[in-house]
Design a protein around this ligand. Structure first.
Ligand SMILES: Cc1cc2nc3c(=O)[nH]c(=O)nc-3n(C[C@H](O)[C@H](O)[C@H](O)COP(=O)(O)O)c2cc1C
Length: 483
């Protein structure tokens, strides 16, 4: 870690920016017990939902706040990713194209800097004073297994046999006043580090950051390469290193302006029932399972701390918009890298958790172009896992508009020849349909729907019966109040 000044990932600086953009709504008096979660869920299903900052939460002191829907609009996502003002999601996808690859390459130049103090140390509690119920963690949904204190969080862990620090977004459920359950799916980097500690019979150090600049949880929730520290990746996006302080017990680094940090250890053999909790595709898994329990031995927090909440649920959910934008940019890049020309736009729909229902719009250039685009969209590296339906449309269709996409499917396909099925493709045990599948391994079938006008009849295909784009724009401008 180097020694220049850095960015402490201050959530409050970002909230000022969100206020300035008119993207923040403050809400007083909601109950943590199901009400806050339901308000957030209904909010995120509106067109252009604001971020919500809850204060005066029932049973908690004024100032103990929860922020939800932080990444659910193009303007907020653009500001979090530092890519300039943006109101339109296709423009946002275009701006993001190529960026993740660049951030990865530049990450090594932005190791975090360790600073002596930070606002996160304004309050400290340890030992018997540790009380996780001091913060207004929501019970998000009726079917949840408990109160989830960590959803929009950053879980900081260290490798067993190297200096690699990983920061991942994993859900965190409260067991009691000083224990939480940490659900890390096998294969996730935090889970790999945890398994190594357990195999060696060693306790596993953990710091959980419950609020910071939303860039923190956004990057922690995406697949950063194995062995790379997410703080470096954030530094590449910020163009300056993250400023961190270290936990007194574990020595783990966390952003100097973190709102709340829980510090503790998971011990070998201490796994407890955790969940159930919703998944990104909108379903609960079949039953609760066990997960590592972390004993929290110290809590650091700022005055009037703010937690970020971002629960998975039936989409659109709190973070599905950010996933749709990020994966659309990655799919666009993958299509271009595979040599598919004239891609107009790509959209990884929120309803499919940005995995299961993806659409590409192309300007057809040659016979077979549409099938080529559809199969690559479905099978490329970033698209294959849990892909279900991949749809190809002509460039007059907005791939992010389900009405337009399904109109093309309804009117430009001959189902007998325009749906290709891939059998035994890459699936997941996490697929809600896996219960009905005949496979022993996580496989599934996939459909590629070619909803482009048939290439061999392009010239004769009936014209669309609607006002031209020019005429629509003119009439909209003149009849602004009405339309
Ligand atoms: C809001 C949110 C909640 C998530 N919850 C979990 C979770 O509970 N368990 C998990 O393994 N992954 C979860 N993920 C996905 C991981 O954060 C993601 O796969 C990330 O790449 C994990 O970090 P890693 O690659 O360093 O392991 C969640 C993602 C988001 C955005």
């Amino acid at each position: 870690m180097s020694a220049a000044a850095g960015n402490p990932l201050d959530l409050r600086a970002w909230l000022d920016e969100a206020r300035r953009l008119g993207e923040l709504r403050e809400v007083e008096g909601a109950d943590w017990n199901l009400e806050l979660g339901t308000i957030s869920e209904l909010n995120v299903k509106k067109a252009n939902p604001p971020a919500l900052l809850f204060d005066r939460i029932a049973g908690y002191p004024a100032g103990h706040r929860v922020l939800t829907c932080s990444t659910s609009s193009p303007a907020r996502l653009a500001s979090i990713l530092r890519i300039g003002p943006e109101q339109d999601h296709h423009a946002l996808v275009q701006k993001l194209r190529g960026q993740p690859a660049q951030w990865q390459v530049r990450a090594a130049q932005f190791e975090p800097v360790v600073v002596g103090r930070g606002p996160v140390f304004e309050h400290e509690s340890s030992g018997d004073d540790v009380d996780l119920f001091a913060f207004p963690s929501p019970l998000w949904h009726e079917g949840d297994g408990g109160r989830y204190i960590g959803t929009g969080c950053m879980v900081v862990t260290r490798d067993y046999d190297s200096d690699w620090i990983n920061v991942g977004t994993y859900r965190v459920m409260i067991h009691d006043r000083n224990h939480v359950g940490l659900d890390m799916i096998p294969g996730k980097h935090g889970a790999i580090q945890y398994r190594k500690h357990m195999a060696a019979g060693s306790s596993f150090p953990v710091c959980i950051v419950l609020g910071a600049d939303p860039l923190g949880y956004l990057v922690s929730g995406i697949e950063v390469p194995f062995g790379m520290c997410e703080y470096d990746y954030m530094g590449a996006i910020l163009n300056e290193p993250v400023a961190v302080v270290k936990g007194a017990l574990t020595g783990l680094p966390f952003p100097a302006a973190s709102e709340i940090v829980l510090e503790g250890w998971a011990q070998p053999g201490d796994e407890r029932t955790e969940g159930p909790f919703g998944e990104f595709h909108g379903y609960y898994p079949g039953k609760a399972a066990t997960a590592p329990a972390v004993k929290i031995e110290r809590i650091y927090h700022r005055n009037d701390p703010i937690m970020i909440g971002s629960p998975p649920a039936k989409p659109p959910n709190d973070y599905s918009y950010s996933k749709a934008v990020m994966r659309s940019a990655l799919l666009f890049d993958a299509l271009a890298a595979a040599g598919v020309p004239d891609v107009a736009a790509v959209w990884a729909h929120e309803i499919g958790g940005a995995r299961m229902f993806n659409v590409v719009a192309i300007k057809q250039r040659y016979a077979g172009h549409a099938r080529q685009a559809g199969h690559i969209l479905n099978q490329c590296g970033v698209g294959a896992y849990m892909s279900r339906y991949s749809v190809v449309v002509d460039e007059d269709i907005d791939p992010s508009n389900l009405h337009e996409v399904m109109w093309a499917v309804a009117t430009r396909t001959d189902p007998a020849i325009d749906i290709d099925i891939i059998r035994r493709g890459m699936g997941s045990k996490n697929d809600p349909m896996s219960i009905a599948y005949p496979y022993a391994a996580p496989l599934s079938s996939k459909a590629i729907i070619d909803a482009c006008r048939p290439y061999d009849y392009l010239a004769e295909f009936p014209a669309v019966a609607e006002a031209s784009k020019d005429l629509q724009a003119k009439v909209r401008a003149k009849w602004k109040d009405l339309l």
